[in-house]
Design a protein around this ligand. Structure first.
Ligand code: GAL
Length: 382
């Protein structure tokens, strides 16, 4: 309930539309805890026995007749979850909330297995094979490489297992294939264009006079990108800058580097950029908060002060980033609603298990976060 109440408060105070759930799925009244580590995350029983599924015997499509049995007792159903990399802060929030919510909905914790892809597609593919061999009732997959989605979909669909993709959106043509074939496959996530736009607006809203510290009529920025194969990284990079241009502000890119969503890599990138460009850098755009935290370390080490002589924005609304927004050490961030996304993913999985259909794309809204609403968002995520 906590989240719902605070969502209403946020909606009242924010320019952006508040996400109270993704797309057609609701279910957002669970409480939320901070990630509790990796204790729930046994690997599926090894990657060694990766036989291809032989036919569909254990995996026929659920029919109307199965509905009552499946819906009646989720506790007996097995869920396989593949996460691209456990060490990713945001995906840790996501998977923790996902597991808690699945248990609240009636699944047994013992029947939920969450696998760490360790940022390696071959490792993750082996885990998917193991889940198929194990006869799970539904798979929730955060692919290491979105470009592997076609192969993943084919093997999971062949095995007759419904599939919910999360966080890393497969290409449009791939999503269309699910629809054209009527497969039980869907994607749950937010549109990263919106998060990029919000990042740009966080800067544009400050006004040219404030941001154009050297008074040359242009905003000089550096961009720290997440994994470049990831559509979130591509769109945030493009749309943050586009929002500045759309606001009529002239921009100049001084540097653009890949930090792979990682704090330490971003720290190094920003330290180097500050060394090279010094006071010319007015804005640091980071595709996520983990990298913004690294950027902040580099900014402080260089003796610069966010809000006074440089501006810094991220995405995700990690607790530490929100605290920095409140204290002025970050200009702003964008809330990547892991509650709504994980709940919608679980709701979609439940519908599939019950033999019901889902939309092929289940969307979700981001929320712009400034010092004005950061405390409210922090109260919600803590
Ligand atoms: C993004 C998130 C990043 C990272 C990435 C992984 O949505 O903002 O922090 O978790 O997903 O795919």
């Amino acid at each position: 309930m906590k989240k719902k109440v605070i969502s209403v408060m946020l909606a009242a105070t924010m320019v952006a539309a508040m996400a109270v759930g993704c797309g057609s799925s609701g279910g957002d009244d669970a409480t939320s805890d901070q990630p509790a580590g990796d204790e729930q995350t046994e690997e599926p029983s090894g990657d060694e026995q990766t036989e291809e599924p032989e036919g569909d015997e254990q995996t026929e499509e659920p029919t109307e007749g199965d509905d009552a049995a499946a819906g009646g007792d989720l506790a007996d159903k097995k869920v396989g979850v593949c996460i691209y990399q456990f060490s990713d802060n945001f995906m840790t929030l996501f998977r923790t909330e996902l597991e808690n919510y699945l248990v609240e909905q009636g699944f047994s914790k013992d029947n939920i297995t969450i696998a760490d892809g360790a940022n390696d597609q071959a490792t993750q593919s082996g885990q998917i094979d193991s889940f198929i061999a194990d006869g799970v009732d539904v798979l929730i997959i955060n692919p290491v490489n979105s470009s592997s989605a076609e192969t993943i979909t084919d093997k999971v669909v062949d095995a007759g297992i419904p599939l919910v993709y999360i966080n890393r959106e497969p290409e449009e043509a791939e999503e269309k294939r699910w629809e054209d074939n009527g497969w039980d496959v869907t994607y749950v996530g937010c549109d990263a264009r919106q998060s990029g736009t919000f990042q740009g607006e966080l800067i544009a809203d400050l006004g040219m006079d404030k941001v154009d510290l050297n008074g040359d009529g242009k905003i000089q920025y550096i961009m720290v990108q997440g994994d470049p194969e990831n559509i979130d990284a591509q769109y945030r990079t493009e749309f943050s800058v586009k929002a500045l241009a759309d606001a009529g502000l002239e921009v100049e890119e001084l540097d653009n580097q890949v930090g792979n969503w990682q704090q330490d890599q971003a720290q190094q990138i920003v330290a180097n950029a500050l060394g090279q460009h010094g006071n010319d850098i007015e804005v640091v755009f980071c595709n996520n908060d983990a990298m913004a935290l690294g950027a902040l370390q580099a900014i402080e080490s260089a003796g610069r002060t966010v809000g006074t002589d440089i501006f810094l924005v991220g995405v995700d609304a990690l607790s530490e980033a929100l605290e920095n927004v409140i204290s002025g050490k970050m200009t702003g961030t964008v809330f990547n609603d892991h509650f709504a996304q994980s709940h919608s993913a679980a709701d979609a999985a439940i519908k599939f298990v019950k033999g019901e259909k889902n939309d092929y794309y289940i969307g979700c809204d981001y929320v712009k976060v400034t010092a004005d609403n950061a405390q409210e968002v922090l109260d919600m995520v803590k």
